[in-house]
Ligand binder design. Structure first.
Ligand code: ADP
Ligand code: MG
Length: 261
């Protein structure tokens, strides 16, 4: 469904941030993209949704194929219309607008006659949003704002949903709600590219995982295989002695330790 091949991205014509990244999301599948801050995860999503221009970035090599169609060079609105939606990281809602106005902001590509029905579907699915539909979104809790952001992205009925760190800054109990929501979206057949620093969560939700460091893929494989990998447990799942070292650094450290002993 989504096939990224050998992608290179440069900011301001000089700073190379992605250095030949390949990745895929299968039809109806969930792929987790993991990696530390600054690895290039958000940049990769911008390349898919056509938003690099806004950030003075450009694709210098490689391709982004969505159902075989090249997205590089396509306009962001055309990409959305083709079935790709993104939930951005960080600030999640249009705080001054009501919940309903936020949802409508995600519905510009939806035929007018279908909008009411789509909203009612959502209020049934997210009763809390129904209750709050006339409230200013900026006053909702972090978890509720994340739900609004995800619901807004779903208004256009995407076939591929890109999520950028949906659990960031949320309390554990709320993270579990968001995880349940992601599962239900997956169950409806939407393909998902899930960017997360919370590897335990991401590898639980995904079938396939890709680890990015300084613009390169350093590991990838079936999620369960990555979950059981000692090095990955050590770094990303914070279960071992590795602390916050990078994956490559850990590999190096282990080799050296073996050599010394
Ligand atoms: N608009 C920009 N101009 C220049 N450099 C940028 C820009 N956006 C991001 N970067 C740099 O690109 C690298 C990757 O950033 P990003 O894709 O946000 O990483 P991640 O999402 O994995 O934390 C970082 O070093 C960041 O500073
Ligand atoms: Mg990011």
């Amino acid at each position: 469904m989504l096939e990224i091949n050998n992608l290179e991205v440069v900011y301001h014509s000089v700073v190379r941030v992605l250095r030949g990244v390949s990745l895929r999301v299968s039809d109806g599948g969930v792929t987790a993209l993991l990696g530390p801050n600054g690895a290039g995860k958000t940049t990769l999503l911008r390349a898919v949704t056509g938003l690099l221009d806004l950030h003075e970035g450009s694709v210098t090599r490689g391709s982004v194929l969505f159902d075989g169609t090249e997205l590089v060079g396509m306009r962001p609105d055309a990409i959305v219309a083709s079935g790709v939606a993104q939930v951005m990281e960080g600030r999640r809602v249009l705080g001054e607008l009501t919940v309903e106005e936020n949802l409508l902001a995600g519905a510009w590509s939806v035929p007018r006659s279908a909008i009411r029905e789509r909203l009612d579907e959502f209020y049934e699915r997210f009763p809390i949003l129904g209750e709050r539909r006339k409230q200013q979104a900026g006053y909702l809790s972090g978890g509720e704002q994340q739900m609004v952001a995800i619901a807004r992205a779903l208004m256009a009925k995407p076939r591929l949903l890109l999520l950028d760190e949906p659990s960031l800054g949320l309390a554990p109990k709320i993270v579990a709600d968001v995880a349940r929501l992601i599962r239900s979206i997956h169950a409806e057949g939407v393909s998902i590219l899930l960017v997360e620093q919370n590897a335990a969560l991401a590898l639980e939700l995904a079938e396939h995982g890709v680890i990015l460091e300084t613009g390169r893929v350093v590991r990838e494989g079936p999620a369960e295989q990555l979950r059981d990998d000692e090095d990955i447990r050590e770094f990303y799942l914070g279960l071992g002695e590795g602390g916050r070292r990078g994956y490559r650094e850990i590999k190096h450290y282990r080799r050296r330790r073996r050599w010394l002993s």
